[in-house]
Design a protein around this ligand. Structure first.
Ligand SMILES: NC(=O)c1ccc[n+]([C@@H]2O[C@H](COP(=O)([O-])OP(=O)(O)OC[C@H]3O[C@@H](n4cnc5c(N)ncnc54)[C@H](OP(=O)(O)O)[C@@H]3O)[C@@H](O)[C@H]2O)c1
Length: 376
């Protein structure tokens, strides 16, 4: 019945209720009464008034509130999800956020503020359809299940399409090209392809290597042994602050013009781990030798540090983080081969300011290195 059935059209169109009341009152003809239909989220009005003016309003776009579009965040309980939620809450009322996790209790504080916290598991399509219902924009934060996550993301995309989500942003990786040996890449490429095939508007956020991982995980580990040991050699990456990746994601979800774009979310400088070692040395006042090892030696060193060969759910090795040996070694092969060397001003363009540099991120975490200097 299209626009002529208010019970079907009001909710999907997301009319702002106050606007609707004002518009409808102005539409009433002499003798018509304004009344409320049995709708939980929207007021309604004289059917005659609606029928007479709905087509006109739809064509002119009047009364439609852009801000009243529900925004879904998956992985909302994770680090990235929490940070992006904080930024979204500066732009959107909590009621317009749908936060998806397998552990809703972890987001109780946001539920108390009015956000919709829903159970959703990337391994359970039905749960995703229920979790995404009513959402219009969505951020899929890629899971860490390397090798398995392309299927998980595909389920999320299919579920989103099924319930009418119109725009999906996705956290992919810098260096997403088929010849890159890094094992994190194929999942991202498959997800990017699934998004493009889905028919919904998409925004691909190709986040480069987080500067925070370099500064807060790798550098302290290398500082402790006085050597920066790696198989990446002098391969370079445009290290990017995770904080800037989050800011870009939030901007894409809250401002127009990002449909069907692929952004290289990259820092301005291409730097190597040799550069990172020099900064570590400068910040700590300690000498750091830069040592290039073979892939096999790198793998053996990581195994000795307790890192498992492949990803297991919940992996977080102290001083190494969420990556397994196959991920780290192949990523460094990719760096060594130049596959992550991307130059882009997308972050400046989207945020209207330059991204933080690697030095900036070292400065933000300088207490780590000051403590080391004090111990020496
Ligand atoms: N660029 C880089 O250098 C770099 C490095 C590492 C990671 N990353 C990327 O960083 C992003 C965020 O990582 P993070 O730090 O936020 O990770 P995190 O804190 O470990 O969070 C992971 C999130 O994924 C969710 N998740 C995992 N499996 C799920 C499933 N089956 N169903 C539903 N949700 C699931 C978890 O939700 P629940 O457990 O609550 O369900 C959690 O919210 C990811 O996109 C990752 O690929 C990038």
């Amino acid at each position: 019945m299209g626009v002529r059935d208010p019970t079907r059209t009001i909710a999907p169109l997301r009319w702002d209720p106050d606007d609707v009341v004002d518009i409808c009152r102005s539409l009433l003809q002499p003798g018509e009464e304004y009344k409320t239909l049995d709708l939980p989220t929207a007021p309604a009005w004289s059917t005659t008034g609606w029928l007479a003016h709905a087509d006109h309003l739809l064509k002119s776009g009047k009364g439609r509130s852009e801000r009243a579009m529900s925004t879904i965040v998956t992985g909302a309980s994770g680090q990235f999800g929490r940070l992006v939620t904080d930024l979204l809450l500066r732009e959107l009322p909590p009621s317009e956020l749908i936060l998806v996790t397998r552990r809703p209790a972890t987001l109780d504080h946001l539920k108390q503020r009015g956000a919709q916290v829903r159970y959703g598991d990337f391994d359970d399509s039905q749960s995703l359809r229920e979790a995404f219902a009513g959402g219009e924009r969505m951020l899929i934060i890629s899971t860490l299940s390397v090798g398995r996550r392309a299927e998980q993301h595909r389920r999320a995309i299919d579920a989103a399409v099924a319930v009418g989500v119109s725009h999906i942003a996705y956290t992919s990786s810098g260096g997403a090209r088929p010849d890159n040996p890094a094992i994190v890449i194929p999942d991202h490429l498959r997800t990017e392809a699934a998004l493009k095939e889905s028919g919904v508007a998409y925004t691909i956020l190709r986040d480069s290597l987080y500067a925070e991982a370099v500064v807060t995980e790798i550098a302290p580990r290398m500082l402790a042994i006085g050597k920066w040991v790696c198989c990446a050699a002098d391969g370079r990456s445009p290290f990017i602050s995770k904080i800037d990746c989050v800011a870009v994601a939030a901007k894409v979800l809250t401002t127009p013009g990002h449909e069907n774009q692929t952004y290289e979310v990259a820092g301005r400088e291409l730097l190597s781990f040799r550069d990172a070692a020099a900064l570590t040395s400068e910040m700590s006042g300690q000498p750091i030798e830069f040592v290039v090892v073979s892939d096999a030696e790198e793998a053996a060193g990581l195994a000795a540090a307790g890192v498992p060969p492949t990803y297991v759910e919940g992996l977080n090795t102290p001083g190494v983080g969420t990556s397994a040996i196959d991920d780290i070694v192949s990523y460094e092969q990719g760096m060594r081969g130049g596959y992550f060397e991307v130059s882009s001003d997308d972050v400046q363009h989207i945020l209207g300011r330059p991204p933080r540099s690697l030095r900036d991120v070292f400065m933000e975490h300088r207490e780590i290195f000051q403590r080391a200097a004090a111990r020496a």
